[in-house]
Design a protein. Structure first.
Length: 416
């Protein structure tokens, strides 16, 4: 993609409405723009990051045996009334009446809808276990939207649901999802803590929150400085770690995922039953597993930035490579830039070519602000020596080499 052909509205100054580091950098790097409080448009770079995160999630969900579907965002309120959660959700739920007089809501989550689906299509133990997931927009009327995508009224979530014939099957799926979550967050460049948590309005007996430490995180956890085990903060910062005895420290954090052993909370209420091997009718045993996909963008930036801007982990970088020709009026420089651009394109590498007629200083600042993982810098001095400059955004490590060697370095780095 050519920079001149897409929309990347970078900002020099920090917007006043941005409270957290991630919110500031998302606005300054032109990833998102606010329509109104808690609702954001994803601009081309932000959308590319989101799609890359979704791809990581899809790969790991399917590796864990889950199948993707898509459930309606528009839901009958009657379904929530049957489960009793219409009262639990309270004013957070967006409710309205359509022209036919039906009471509807915009889904803040999908336990009721997926249970209704299972009720209508699972009848025998032979159909179990089953794990289904979706990546979809959710809606919650937050009283105080904050920190950009961290607490928004419209957000994108991955929610998965397991269906088993017994608790042993649930335990197996729960562990598979726990491990899948660890892989997802590691691939997104996150240092993540798993915390035993309260299940809240979701219900169920066991749940874990996945937390990312962040200076401006809206939550807090207690962490052992020795073994890194994490506990809910309400256990107190003066408490000792149950594993190694060290005093716990309070750290701010962002919740990015939550998994629950729901058991039969929903299937009993909504009468989603199956026939076991002996022909007896039993409620299906459920688990649910959520990841805040759009929230992950904020979490990644919180843990991957420096004074100059974002530092994207390679797998989710909006482009893998940014090419910086330092003088677009110089035909030789632009010819070399196009050669590198086309060669990488033929290899299937996503590339952004900064073809703007801007000063080199402006290009360097914007490049570091955007945080694309790899940069190829082409200027008169390097071309005189028939060399290109290669820069890794993480660590700002620079080197000079021939075009062939730089292309090989990129191929080796991203495994193409």
């Amino acid at each position: 993609m050519l920079w001149s052909k897409t929309l990347i509205p970078t900002l020099r100054e920090v917007p006043q409405e941005a409270e957290s580091v991630s919110h500031q950098l998302m606005l300054r790097a032109g990833l998102v723009r606010m329509l109104f409080a808690g609702v954001y448009s994803y601009l081309p770079l932000g959308w590319r990051v989101l799609r890359n995160i979704e791809e990581v999630v899809r790969q790991e969900m399917e590796a864990a045996g889950a199948s993707e579907l898509l459930l309606p965002a528009l839901q009958p309120l009657e379904l929530w009334q049957r489960s009793g959660r219409d009262k639990d959700m309270g004013d957070v739920m967006v409710r309205f009446t359509d022209r036919r007089g039906r009471n509807l809501c915009l889904g803040p989550t999908h336990e009721e809808v997926i249970t209704e689906l299972a009720k209508n299509h699972i009848s025998s133990y032979r159909q179990l276990p089953l794990v289904l997931y979706q990546i979809q927009t959710k809606f919650r009327d937050e009283i105080r939207p904050r920190f950009g995508l961290v607490r928004a009224c419209e957000f994108i979530m991955k929610d998965a649901y397991s269906f088993d014939k017994d608790e042993a099957g649930l335990d197996k799926n729960y562990q598979a999802m726990y491990e899948a979550y660890q892989r997802i967050f590691r691939r997104c460049g996150l240092d993540c803590l798993a915390v035993e948590a309260d299940s809240g309005v979701m219900g169920g007996k066991v749940s874990h929150e996945f937390m990312v430490t962040a200076r401006d995180g809206e939550d807090a956890v207690s962490v052992c400085p020795q073994c890194r085990r994490a506990y809910p903060f309400n256990e107190g910062v003066d408490s000792a770690c149950r594993d190694c005895g060290f005093n716990l420290s309070k750290v701010n954090a962002i919740e990015i995922g939550h998994i629950f052993k729901l058991g039969t909370k929903y299937t009993k209420t909504l009468k989603a039953d199956f026939l076991d091997e002996a022909g007896r009718l039993n409620p299906i045993v459920m688990g649910c597993y959520g990841i805040g996909v759009s929230r992950l963008i904020s979490a990644v930036i919180e843990q991957n930035n420096d004074k100059d801007g974002i530092i994207w982990p390679l797998e989710i970088s909006p482009y893998r490579v940014l090419i910086l020709p330092l003088d677009v009026t110089d035909g030789v420089i632009m010819q070399k830039a196009r050669e590198v651009y086309e060669e990488l394109g033929r290899l299937g590498v996503s590339v952004l070519l900064d073809d703007r007629d801007e000063r080199a200083g402006v290009k360097f600042k914007d490049a570091d602000l955007l945080g694309v993982s790899l940069q190829v810098i082409i200027g008169k001095e390097s071309l005189t020596k028939e060399m290109l400059e290669f820069k890794e955004r993480r660590g700002n490590k620079k080197s000079s080499d021939t075009k062939a060697a730089v292309i090989k370095r990129i191929k080796d780095t991203i495994n193409v």
